[in-house]
Structure formats: structure tokens, C-alpha cells
Ligand binder design. Sequence first.
Ligand code: NAG
Ligand code: NAG
Ligand code: NAG
Ligand code: NAG
Length: 295
Amino acid sequence: MWKKILALFIGVMVGYWLIDDFNPDALKGKRVVVTGSSTGIGEQIAYHYARMGAHVMVTSRRENTLKQVVQKCKELGPPEGKYFYKAADMANMSATQLVIKEAVSRLGGIDILILNHILPIPLGMWEGSPQNLTITDKIVDVNFKAYVHLTSHALPHLVASNGSIIVVSSLAGKIGQPFTAVYSATKFALDGFFGGLRQEFRMKGCDVSITLCVIGLVGTENAIKGLKDYGQHYLLEMLPAETPRDTALAIIRGGAMRRREIFHPYLSIRLMTLFRDWMPNVVEYINRSMFTVPV
Ligand SMILES: *[C@@H]1O[C@H](CO)[C@@H](O)[C@H](O)[C@H]1NC(C)=O
Ligand SMILES: *[C@@H]1O[C@H](CO)[C@@H](O)[C@H](O)[C@H]1NC(C)=O
Ligand SMILES: *[C@@H]1O[C@H](CO)[C@@H](O)[C@H](O)[C@H]1NC(C)=O
Ligand SMILES: *[C@@H]1O[C@H](CO)[C@@H](O)[C@H](O)[C@H]1NC(C)=O
């Protein structure tokens, strides 16, 4: 009896995995805005879209790096592809509005909005020090409020195109993580905001999809450096890091298929989130055991 149920369950899971109607050609000509796209996952997202024939607007704080990303998009994409950048600081809410305005005037509208940027901050235990409290405002502005502002300014354009919002989150947005308490909190907040928005879209018959991406350890320069600087050599040894390139593709795929959530790497992140409500202490123990407490 149990064997049959287990076999059925595994069969359904594998079947679900194999049925993959992702068609990169469908992204040809789509108008895409990617935030946090001068390095890491965001940069790779821009390159994949360029290869697939989409038009791309990249944004981050660093103008010089953005220029290089646009140049590389031109090399990878078809000659008719349009690639632009807008340097902007996501701690500045007027700048979020300008990014959307610029994207609409350059690309003629928006089909896909990828919210990916974060404020890079060193790992550390929460002590409630004045420094911890001061930086909290900025983390919330960049990691959460800017997502709400960008979405609000882009929404009329996304409604017009039946477009998609793709929110890059983390396992830290499903299970609280040590040494990144405020970061974790902003990722949970995104789940709440976009979960509420998704419900309202259904109520209004609004055909804009929202995909939340729950991502594990990805070997971006920033992530690896942050972990090394904080002495997390055990975690780096134990957990294989995904490549930014594969992660970017998983994100694009999930968005194109209008999934509500994606998990990457699938199995470990899916299982952790699946079990977190049933056995939170075990899940948190497993997660905690990867970290080294600094002396
Ligand atoms: C915020 O962005 C706006 C628009 O780009 C700019 O005019 C303003 O100076 C920026 N504010 C700060 C504090 O940088
Ligand atoms: C909290 O503040 C202390 C002292 O100001 C600092 O050493 C630590 O890195 C901070 N932690 C975080 C998470 O910001
Ligand atoms: C958006 O979807 C609606 C209803 O499904 C449809 O009538 C409309 O033509 C679509 N618009 C675009 C731009 O695809
Ligand atoms: C624990 O959390 C980290 C940071 O979010 C994550 O990269 C890692 O995959 C988690 N550990 C396990 C065993 O899933």
C-alpha cells in the first residue's frame, strides 16, 4: 500500500519535472527590465535574454560595468536586439521611477520585470547596535521598498502586455537564516507583498504573472566572498554552489512558464521548504549545522 503511494508520488514528481514546455523562442522580442544586473545572477539573466532575442534594459549603481554588460548583450544577441542601461541607486525611490520611465521610452513597453538587486552587506550576528539599526533602514529600502516601487510604476505597462513579474528571493525568504536576519526579513516581506498582489490579480482578472524564485547557495563573487570573509569555510565545502548562469536560466524558465514559485537547486530547496512547517526544528538544525559560529 505505502509502496504504491510512494511510487505514485515519485512518479508524479518526476512527471512534473519532465513536462517542460519552456520554449525560448517565445521570448524573442520580449521587452525585459533586469535590476541588479551588473554582476552575478542579474548579469547572466541579461545575457540569456539577449541570446534568446529579447530586448533588455539593465540597471544597477555602476555605470561602467553596465556599459560592459550592454556591450556583451550586443555581441550575444541578434542584430535587431535593443540593449540599454540606466544607472540608478535602488535606495532612492525617485530613481526607481526613472528606471521604469526610461525602459518604457526606450523599449516601447515592458513584458517582463525581473527584480533581483540587493544591498550587499557583510554577514554578522544581530546585536541591535546603533550601526545595525541604521543599516536596517537602507536594507529595507533597497531589498523591499524598491521592489514595491518598481512594480507599482511598471504595473500599467505589465497589464497592457499581460506581462510577468519575476521576484528573485532565497531560501532565506522561507526559513530564517543566521547572520543575515534583516536580509531574511526583507525576503519574507517580498513573499508577503507579492503573495497579496497575486491574490488581487486573480480577483481582478488581471493577467500579470508573479513568479517567486527560491534560490539556494549560488557561487556569485559577492556571495562566496561574503561567506569566506565571515569564516564559513565548512559551508562552502559542504554545500555545492550553483552557477550564476544555471540559476539565471532556471529563473527565466520559471518566469516564461508563469510558475508561481521556482526552487533552485530544485530537490534540496524544495524539500527544505516542504518540511519547514512539519518539522521546523529539524529543518533549522540542518540549516544551522552548515554554519560556523565565529569566535
Ligand atoms: C535620487 O534620484 C533622483 C532622480 O535620479 C535625483 O534627482 C536625486 O538627486 C537622487 N537623490 C539622492 C539623495 O541621490
Ligand atoms: C552589528 O553591529 C556590530 C557592531 O556595531 C557589528 O560588528 C556587526 O557586524 C553588525 N552586524 C550586522 C548583521 O550588521
Ligand atoms: C491579454 O489578455 C487578454 C485576456 O486574456 C486578451 O484579451 C488580450 O488580447 C491580451 N493582450 C496582449 C497584449 O496579449
Ligand atoms: C542553509 O541556508 C543557506 C543559506 O540560505 C543555504 O544556502 C543552504 O542551502 C541551506 N542549507 C541546506 C542544508 O539546505
